[in-house]
Write a protein that binds this ligand. Structure first.
Ligand code: NAD
Length: 285
């Protein structure tokens, strides 16, 4: 099985920065790629904040000076060929737009060495939607992280019918080596495992609320007591941040989603109450 040592992450936004830092924290040689110097400067700031969080949470046992060492070891590049020249694994976390991702893989295929495995962190696209652009469908799969990767540390690994099983196993070994819990999918599924369960739960909770059947606290209490789960759906909304569910609801054409979008806008979005990150959403923090 191919050993993964050198990892390049494409896109250093919300998830890409976490993906890169998680791998670096666990000792992988990481290169962070983004489009220009100023975006890489922003990445440096994200990494510095993550180092403080990982240190405070004692991720992987923490350890004296680990944050500084990890930060010093991350390599930065806005030259794609240089960024992937010796990569065993490239994890793509560029915006969730099909055309941007396809172009990224076309560019990547032209410069990456034959050994390099490509993985997409896409939340909504299937790897089959992208595999032709990679030029190497046998060395391509989805590797989906959850937000706050150091705590919500699932890594959903999902291949296409073309993915070489040895490549799948190499990526699973990488997830285990980088402090993650691998979730192996046997075949492709939009939303993988986690979002296939979570999204219907959140939609059902939203329907109960905007339909006037029960308030958020009651719905959450029911879920917690009735299932033993530590948090209810509206507590989860607050953790995700209310902007994302609002954007999804606005873009959806069904009446229930439109009603939920209007509810979120009036009660939260317009008031700047965006969930845990701003100190208030459905609950105060
Ligand atoms: P983001 O907008 O925060 O970051 C995207 C980054 O990609 C930016 O730094 C941008 O400069 C960079 N970028 C844009 N075009 C690029 C290109 N052509 N090449 C390289 N970099 C480019 O987005 P995000 O929230 O981090 O999402 C990235 C991916 O991760 C998406 O596929 C999304 O579905 C997935 N994801 C997001 C979350 C989440 O909670 N945000 C969770 C799981 C998966």
């Amino acid at each position: 099985m191919q050993k993964i040592s050198n990892v390049t992450v494409l896109g250093t936004g919300v998830l890409g920065s976490q993906i890169a830092f998680q791998a670096a924290w666990y000792g992988y040689a990481v290169t962070a790629f983004d489009l220009d110097e100023s975006l890489l400067g922003a990445a440096r700031e994200r990494f510095t904040k993550l180092a403080a969080i990982y240190t405070a949470d004692g991720v992987g046992g923490g350890g004296e000076g680990r944050g500084e060492r990890v930060l010093a070891g991350i390599h930065y590049s806005h030259d794609l060929a240089e960024a992937v020249a010796d990569a065993d694994l490239v994890i793509e976390a560029v915006p969730e737009t099909l055309s941007i991702k396809q172009q990224t893989y076309t560019d990547l295929a032209a410069v990456a060495p034959a050994k390099t495995i490509f993985a997409t962190n896409s939340s909504t696209l299937l790897p089959s939607d992208l595999k032709e652009s990679t030029g190497r469908p046998d060395r391509f799969l989805a590797l989906h992280y959850a937000n706050n990767v150091w705590r919500q540390n699932t890594a959903e690994v999902m291949g296409t019918t073309d993915t070489d099983p040895a490549v799948f196993d190499a990526v699973v070994a990488f997830t285990e080596g980088s402090g993650l819990v691998p979730i192996r999918l046997k075949k492709e599924k939009a939303g993988s495992v986690l979002n296939s369960m979570l999204v219907p739960l959140l939609n059902a909770a939203a329907g109960l609320l905007v339909g006037g059947f029960a308030d958020a606290e009651t719905i959450d209490k029911t879920w917690r007591i009735g299932t033993g789960a530590p948090v209810g759906p509206f507590q989860i909304f607050d953790i995700i941040g209310l902007t994302t569910p609002y954007n999804i609801a606005v873009a959806s054409s069904d009446a229930g989603s439109q009603a939920f979008a209007a509810y979120l806008k009036e009660n939260f979005i317009d008031a700047g109450k965006l969930g845990v990150a701003t100190g208030e959403g459905f609950y105060r923090y």
